[in-house]
Design a protein. Sequence first.
Length: 390
Amino acid sequence: MTLTRTLLASLASAALSLAGSSALAQTPAKLKVGLMLPFTGTFAALGTAIENGFRLHVAENGGKLAGREIEFVKVDDESDPAKATDNVNKLIKRDNVDVLIGTVHSGVAMAMAKVAKDSGTLLIVPNAGADAVTGPMCASHIFRSSFSNWQPGYAMGEVMAKKGHKKVVTITWKYAAGDESVRGFKEAFEKGGGKVVKELSLPFPNVEFQSLLTEIAATKPDAVYTFFAGGGAVKLVKDYAAAGLKKNIPLYGAGFLTDGTLEAQGADAEGLMTTLHYADSLGTPRDNSFRLAYAKTFKMQPDVYAVQGYDAAQMLSIGLNAVKGDVSRKAEFADALHKARIDSPRGAFTISRSNNPVQDIYLRQVSGKENKLVGIASKALADPGRGCRL
Ligand code: PHB
């Protein structure tokens, strides 16, 4: 009798645990995504666009990636490199995120990449172009859905040399993104026969441009190349026009100068030519459907940052599908991305050995509220990945 009861009890508990495990198999644990982005400061709008884009792709997949529901944890990194290590450690150690998505500012991204590398945490960078992240700091579990700072700069160097400009002044923020954008520009521009005669800069995120604009006027170059983004880009374009420089010394830039900024820049941006891996008038079915869905969902037009956020989610999805949602299978995750063609609104792109997009860089020109496509400045441009050993 007692024996029968014991037997029955253990049978019942075995049945229960079986039921439990099959229920578990049907509902895998949520995937915790740590979004480390700027939600305040000069890059605040960029952070929001990236988050929107990421969420749009997740929503299109019914709120799941590789069958796992997504739970977001957010940190405002304020584009402050001094706070970056603490912020990323909060996400990894306190919140136990499975994957990190971030960020916009190159200095903050380098701190993130260091922690991600040391801790083995999967990281997808949805903007920051810091060359080092897919260069000397590269790792098999660190990816970028955006660009390297070298890429748009290099493409514009070729464009401006071909236009016959000889003598150019550069102006940017003094930090990794500005320095590297100018370096990429200079590499191609001087190879094409031009000369950078002066490199002007001011500390990030300052926007007191007056004395630098006076120096440009005095130097009288053929043209100016610039890297600014977000609120700083709005101010530079307005101040450049107000100083009377726009009509005499053409201003060119990496496309961040006029992306997500045209409402605020108004007529002062009209006609500006820039290079970037996105444009507003690609007119492909893929981009049209993305733009429509984004505008419907968020009641605003998408920009390059929205595309990069969307593609960060697409890349995560491709990797996760290959490893059935198990982020610890890093080699297979990376393998899947190296074999993939990512079906981006910008046009399909591939991922290089050093985990950076290989992509077309477009030449665009501002017309009204759009960065209109002029042509392809550089086809399937791959960052050289200098210093990356993988
Ligand atoms: C960067 O810091 O790498 C950066 C920031 C804003 C941009 C592009 C690059 O729009």
